[in-house]
Design a protein around this ligand. Structure first.
Ligand SMILES: Cc1ncc(COP(=O)(O)O)c(C=O)c1O
Length: 426
């Protein structure tokens, strides 16, 4: 079972589409329009973002810097912040890969029983920031990095919380880096009607709240377009100095012209785009219900109310060893459980990597091929509970009827073929 956040549910559709429509020209073998993405791509991205992210003020192509993968963009923007002054960052429980790239020092914030998506959570940040600045007169907190939708919790920040984040950044003279890479990876299920919908920070009227120059949005092709391997990411920023500084170093993360073209044709084909996004969201919802249905049948608990991302945040703490001194399981037991799973071929993303406050929590990705997911879950149950599970017996009933349990979707494509044959125009 794989821990990595890739979406195999849509890959065949993307591959078919690109194989039918991508036509390279000699210009795609040149240095093109420079190191920050083609003008055509930035134009398409600005239209896409303004439409799908509901930007209150149009994002202009010149406010976009494209690079090879969103981690490339993060690295580029992070390097710029880093070059200006030493900075520290406040972090919550979330995707940790970016921290490594920023080479930032992270300041952990504990929420205890407070919902990290609530406005109240800002008090925890404030307390930590004030204490940190008092105790470290030579360093300063410079930015908050927010993954919205959240990885690994699969939830979106309410609009009012985002507004508070913006006010907080203005009050303390810090930047907000909003990682919105899962913006279109949201879904409906029978159990998540009340879940908070995705709101981009770009959809908030910032004028009276925060200087827009301190707000930066990260996006990319990896998740919403199921194309991690094409390595395209971007930073959207109204901070001209930052855009210029990033543009001067994107030579190290120069996006490839064929990848750039691939995204262009998908974005330009509005019929395909609409179909693609609705199918993506539908399949994610089904994938989520498939996995949570199985977890329910297996008696494994997980965080409820999710409507975003490719994963379920599952509680495997029942399998933690008990410390010999009678204390509660902690980091050591958490690490041992993670190792036990990995050594037996079950690679889940451990809560450790997300600074989870409680041990025993793991991220299970449901957007992997179903047979692989089922095999992994069976292995996991054997390992952690010593039980042999009967796979057909744990699959939710609705999946028996559709036959989707055996499929990765590749053999049950529901898309009309005409969408794959695009009238080609350059
Ligand atoms: C929240 C978040 N940001 C960024 C990334 C990395 O994106 P990319 O493939 O564009 O480097 C991931 C990948 O798992 C992620 O979950």
């Amino acid at each position: 079972m794989e821990s990595i956040a890739e979406n195999s549910l849509m890959q065949e559709i993307v591959v078919d589409y690109l194989n039918n429509n991508l036509r390279l020209q000699t210009k795609h073998l040149t240095y093109g329009d420079g190191t920050t993405g083609s003008y055509r791509l930035k134009d398409n991205l600005s239209k896409f973002i303004n439409n799908y992210f509901r930007s209150i003020k149009d994002v202009k192509p010149k406010e976009i810097v494209v690079s090879s993968g969103k981690e490339g963009s993060a690295k580029t923007s992070g390097q710029d912040f880093h070059a200006r002054s030493r900075y520290e960052e406040i972090k919550s429980r979330r995707y940790s890969g970016l921290l490594t790239l920023y080479r930032a020092n992270a300041v952990p914030v504990s929420f205890g029983s407070i919902d990290p998506f609530s406005v109240e959570a800002l008090h925890c940040y404030e307390q930590e920031l004030v204490n940190f600045n008092k105790e470290h007169p030579d360093a300063r907190i410079r930015a908050i990095l927010l993954a919205n939708p959240h990885n690994p919790l699969g939830r979106c920040y309410p609009r009012e919380t985002l507004v508070e984040y913006l006010k907080f950044c203005e009050k303390y003279d810090i930047h907000l880096i909003a990682d919105e890479i899962y913006a279109m990876s949201i879904f409906k299920t029978s159990s998540n009607h009340g879940a908070v919908q995705f709101h981009s920070v770009l959809s908030i009227d910032m004028d009276k709240i925060v200087n827009p120059r301190r707000v930066h949005v990260l996006y990319g092709m990896s998740k919403d377009f199921s194309s991690n391997g094409l390595r395209l990411g971007l930073v959207i920023s109204r901070n001209r100095q930052l855009v210029e500084a990033m543009s001067s170093i994107t030579i190290f993360s120069w996006p490839s012209a064929p990848a750039d073209l691939a995204w262009c044709i998908m974005l330009e084909d509005t019929a395909f785009l609409e179909y693609y996004i609705s199918e993506h969201q539908k399949r994610l919802g089904e994938g989520y219900e498939f996995l949570t249905g199985i977890l329910d049948n297996l008696g494994v608990d997980y965080a409820r109310g999710c409507n975003a991302g490719f994963f379920v945040w599952a509680d495997l703490s029942f399998a933690l060893e008990k410390p010999v001194d009678g204390s509660e399981p902690g980091l050591a037991e958490d690490m041992r459980l993670d190792q036990k799973l990995i050594q037996n071929g079950v690679h889940l993303a451990a809560g450790l990597g997300y600074q989870a406050e409680k041990p025993g929590w793991f991220r299970i990705t449901f957007s992997q091929p179903r047979p692989l997911l089922l095999k992994g879950l069976a292995k996991m149950m054997k390992l952690l509970k010593g039980v042999d599970i009967e796979i057909p017996g744990v699959i939710p009933v609705s999946y028996h009827k559709t036959g989707l349990a055996d499929s990765t979707y590749s053999s049950s494509r529901s898309s009309p073929d005409p969408l794959f044959v695009r009238k080609y125009s350059m």
